[in-house]
Design a binder for this molecule. Structure first.
Ligand SMILES: [Zn+2]
Length: 219
């Protein structure tokens, strides 16, 4: 038996896929990790087959494809990660290029997870900021007409409003590339704006004479 046969005799594609994070339903279906699969299209047991993109194979194929490794490195990775008692005469150590591919893949997954989380929280925070500006704007122009508030740089606030609209437009309707560009280049600006408007909100609420009804209505 060669190393490939040994690994496939020990583990199923399903066991390996679950080990690397795939969630498999009771009926043996899972969302395919090899294409953008919203509804489970992959049937997985001892082997896998995707009805969406046609990806198929055994446990070793799965890991080779998932981490972009050779069949041999994929077999070694399964043996190491799942603690299989399989000895291979030639080598039991992953090649440096295989290790760097695995590290790269893990980094990529971490960045993607961080990116998705950031997009969600940025939309929430920016919507809240937009509502705050709208609220302050309405209060200043109607209820508190003529009153003087301790709100520095009101023009900055209106500039922020334009930037927020632009950013929300990208986050809600932009392409993944546009969102990623904002994530990479605009993260700090989003934090700065959110922090500034949080401070303005606190200052305005304090300056409005502690109008709790309004504050609670808003929050
Ligand atoms: Zn697929």
């Amino acid at each position: 038996m060669n190393i490939f046969e040994k690994v496939n005799a020990y583990v199923t594609a399903k066991a390996v896929a679950e080990h690397y994070g795939l969630s498999v339903r009771k009926n043996g279906m899972a969302c395919c990790p090899f294409h953008n699969d919203k509804h489970p299209s992959m049937k997985i047991d001892s082997r896998y087959y995707c009805f969406g993109c046609g990806a198929k194979g055994d446990a070793i194929d799965y890991v080779a494809r998932l981490y972009d490794l050779s069949q041999y490195d994929a077999a070694l990775k399964i043996i190491a990660d799942m603690g299989l008692q399989i000895k291979d005469g030639k080598s039991s150590v992953l090649s440096p290029s295989a290790i760097s591919k695995i590290v790269e893949k893990k980094n990529q997954q971490r960045i993607e997870a961080k990116f998705k989380g950031w997009c969600l929280s940025a939309v929430n925070s920016l919507c809240k900021c937009r509502d705050t500006i709208k609220y302050i704007d309405e209060q200043l122009s109607t209820r508190y007409q003529g009153a003087v508030f301790d709100i520095p740089e009101i023009s900055v606030l209106y500039h922020d409003k334009l930037v927020i609209t632009y950013m929300l437009d990208i986050l809600c309707t932009g392409t993944e590339e546009e969102k990623m560009e904002l994530f990479i280049k605009g993260r700090r600006e989003v934090s700065t704006i959110v922090e500034r408007i949080d401070n303005v909100r606190a200052g305005f609420m304090a300056g409005s004479g502690g109008d709790h009804r309004q504050r609670n209505d808003y929050c």
